[in-house]
Design a protein. Sequence first.
Length: 136
Amino acid sequence: MYPRIKKTAEASIRIHDREEQPFAENPGGPQLSKARYRVVYEGGIEGKGIVEELKVQFSRRSAVMTGMQHLEVCIGGLRGLFTTHYQGTFRDGKVSHSHVVVPGSATGQLKGLRGKIKLYSPEAEVLPVTFRYYLL
């Protein structure tokens, strides 16, 4: 058996376009919405992705969200597709997400990919991410 070699990729995400709409009425409560984003990755991850997100917005500066992201990227010279599931928060102008690669979702040269993407940043157009990963 070969040891798993863990790697790290630093990159940035830029939101290319966004569509957001309410998905349920919640009189007197937080706003419930769903959004679709097209994103571009640059740096140690190169490529594009589509994000589907559900969000509970408590105020203009406070929310929680969950979603799925499908990526078509190149990482460390390897090309392929994979999907992540994430949980996130928006508090006091800072976004924090933790993505996990959905096991079995990776294809191409990334088949067997496992890992976590962390995003923590002040609200901005370009968001830095750290991807710690390995291949089975």
